[in-house]
Design a protein around this ligand. Structure first.
Ligand code: S3P
Length: 426
């Protein structure tokens, strides 16, 4: 795809539903008793992989007129799939379903695309095995494909070495089936959508600081879910609004759960003109509209507990830092190396190709802002978040940018380029 510079970005946009919450609503709906109606479900390829996996386990899931209806089978009602379950590009699908499969009365194989088959699964194999699960990496490399045979499980107390909602959620989902109590403690709190939704579906779950505890649960009950807009999709328009001149963009109905909204803290620290308005705290997942205007950004240090609360936004924040005065340091973010791609190496390499002053470190990046960006030939390496970040970079660069693998935005935001085109003034 060829992308040209833009003069400004103006108007309003409603970003698609939150990816993490969409996955969880189908998963919990499938193992709940009764019907779950999901409004605002994200129709991205990742979440469609989750639907497909549960359909292969006998769950009737309708997807029409903008509503996904899941006819739940109850905690013990899934059936053995006759084919390997294809998780596509989705780490959330692979890791969370592993927790559920660990306790079923059958055996199944989980697999996915080339990226999924390189991502670390030892982080779920270890705790699930401690609970009694029979889970193996088929090629013995701690990656998918995974062979999982359901077993009776027992609760554990697990100190997770990483702040990862996927790890925490896999353990909590297995914990629904495990004898006694299952406790997961993280080094920092990661997104808590699983905890909130499990509670909403009737599970016996509580939290204490960075620990979550669930007890064996006799039944979950289907419910109505309205998925808020995804802050991880909002970040692209927010960044464009800040770094392009004469810009003003209103991003509507964005989820601002504090365990996800580290972006808002960091934008403030960078001096961004970003105001949350129309905040709604009536549901379990708070939302707001984000009003963003052209900003005079300055560098900051991004580290510690804010990192898990904005992990997927860091590539875009690195781009913002190129337009900030002074130095931005991102640290404690080694997890970026094991996402859909190595996001430290590829963000640094691509930003440098566009003329930015970026140094990659073991756990982040150092960015000295203020150098103008120029168009370049950029590959997203099939990573949706890189494609969208560099589409925005192209708007703020001089000259034309050629973006390879641009179509991988379908993983989380199929209409991204249409929405962007509508807002861009060239
Ligand atoms: C997710 C958790 C995060 C995030 C991913 C979605 C989730 O991954 O990067 O895009 O839905 O639980 P980790 O759990 O690996 O940090």
């Amino acid at each position: 795809m060829k992308l040209s510079p833009a003069k400004s970005i103006r108007g309003s946009v409603a970003v698609p539903g939150d990816k993490s919450i969409s996955h969880r609503s189908v998963m919990l709906g499938s193992i709940a008793r009764g019907t779950t109606e999901i409004h605002g479900f994200l129709e991205g390829a990742d979440c469609l992989s989750t639907i497909s996996c549960f359909r292969h386990m006998g769950v009737d899931i309708e997807n029409k007129n903008d509503v996904v209806t899941v006819h739940g089978k109850g905690l013990h009602g899934l059936s053995a799939p006759s084919v390997p379950l294809d998780c596509g590009n989705s780490g959330t699908t692979t890791r969370l379903i592993s927790g559920i499969l660990a306790a079923q009365g059958f055996s199944a194989v989980l697999t996915g695309d080339a990226s999924i088959q390189k991502r670390p699964m030892g982080r779920i194999i270890t705790p699930l095995s401690m609970m009694g699960a029979d889970i193996k990496s088929i090629h013995g490399n701690d990656c998918a494909p995974l062979q999982i045979t359901g077993k009776p499980l027992s609760g554990i107390c697990y100190d997770s070495p990483v702040a990862s909602a996927q790890v925490k959620s896999a353990i909590l989902l297995a914990g629904l089936y495990a004898e006694g109590e299952t406790r997961v403690t993280e080094p920092q709190i990661s997104r808590n959508h699983t905890e909130l939704m499990l509670k909403f579906f009737g599970a016996d779950i509580r939290t204490e600081g960075s620990s979550a505890m669930v007890r064996q649960t006799p039944e979950l009950y289907g419910n109505q879910i309205t998925v808020p807009g995804d802050i991880s999709s909002a970040v692209y328009f927010a960044a464009a609004g800040m770094i392009l001149p004469n810009s003003e963009v209103l991003i509507k109905n964005v989820g601002i759960n504090p365990t996800r909204a580290g972006l808002l803290t960091v934008c403030k620290a960078m001096g961004a003109d970003l105001t949350p308005i129309n905040e709604d705290h009536s549901g379990s997942e708070p939302t707001a509209d984000l009003l963003v205007r052209s900003s005079s950004l300055h560098g900051t240090v991004i580290q510690g507990s804010v990192i898990p609360a904005m992990i997927d936004e860091l590539p875009t924040v690195a781009l913002m830092a190129c337009f900030a005065q002074g130095r931005t340091i991102i640290k404690d973010a080694a997890e970026l190396k094991v996402k859909e791609s190595n996001r430290i190496a590829l963000v640094a390499e691509n930003l440098r190709a566009m003329g930015a002053d970026v140094t990659e470190t073991d756990d982040g990046m150092i960015i000295d802002g203020g150098r103008p960006l120029h168009g370049a030939s950029i590959s997203a390496h099939k990573d949706h978040r890189l494609a969208m970040t560099f589409a925005i970079a192209a708007l703020a660069a001089e000259g034309t940018t050629e973006l390879q693998d641009a179509d991988c935005v379908s993983i989380s935001y199929p209409n991204f380029y249409t929405d962007l085109k509508r807002l861009v003034r060239s």
